[in-house]
Design a protein around this ligand. Sequence first.
Ligand SMILES: O=C(O)CCC(=O)C(=O)O
Length: 380
Amino acid sequence: MDGVDYGSEEAAMQAYLREGEKRAYALGNRGPIRFTATGELHPDIVEAYWRCGFYVFEGALRPEELADIEKDLHAILDRLPAEKGAALDAKGRPALAADCQGPTLQWARPLSDPWGGTDAANGRHPVKMHEPQAAANLPREVVFLILGSLQFSEASLRVYGHPGLLAVAAAINGPDFTPFNEALWIKEPGKGASVAWHQDGTTHWDSPAWDEGIHGFNFMGQLYGCTAANGVWVVPGSHKRGKIDIARLVAQAGSERLPDAVPLICKPGDVAMTNRQALHGSFANTSKDWRVTVNFGFHRRSSILGVTAGGIHNRAATYDAARIRERARLIGYGIDARRQRFPDETPFVYKPHADHGLSYCWDDKARADVKDYNLLDLSI
Ligand SMILES: O=C(O)CCC(=O)C(=O)O
């Protein structure tokens, strides 16, 4: 991608990336998943996550599963519609997701910011990011985000059933934690769109029960790793501050280079856990490196049960116990799919399934069952 950079912002941007990386390493919020002798998530991890609003679990994914994810990624890229709205892929076959009812492929012009300064997602991205000039001769729009991704990638489904990560979810959100949604972020070098600064939650900001964890968190598993140039940036501690006036912060900073933000720096196989209330975003990928994130979020059950929400990832609805149970079957499928692929691991026991005698088998019936599963995402 020679010649693609931030244009007039390039020098300032490169200095910002370097400084941000230094700040990121100084936070003390990274390392392998660790538990105490009695099986609790290690208190140092819990402390660092709640202090910073994110944690990087180093080496969480196995080399074999990275190879599996890459294989799925190539199959997905091969089956994308020839262009936005096309029913066929470039080879004339039915395109990926062309027959889905739920939201799936999200397109953007290369290096653009599709959401900043728009009403998208309830207007939660108030400020547009700088849009670098993309190379000539690129497609008009490229896919940068795939929702409902577990139906397109069994390797991602197996990450979803990861025993260590699910144990972390239980420690942070309680053993009756619920799903949120899942996605594949694809930030191609020289093309990947930016995601303007935002906080994710929409439902509980004014709740009397509001606290730093009420909108849950996302796991962000890295296939190729991520750098200051292509990764997500987070303002440490911002998950504790309630709803932030983002436009004011950017105006004070004089650019979208927020001075306190730090990048998620990951090697292949690292998985970041990011509080959804943390102020975060990512820049257009002018770097030479791909960034592919296997994204999946979890909530506290108390944040979901009886709550009326939605409207961003699917239709608004009131989330009752039946809906949560139906959506959480993906956890059961993920655990079983992983057990089949990695029989040497001890599978995670998801308490709501164990308590109700529910068991799930990943087989052809289940493969058909997960079509459009994300119509039931629990999106608060
Ligand atoms: O991966 C990215 O660039 C953005 C991720 C994000 O904003 C999110 O998952 O909420």
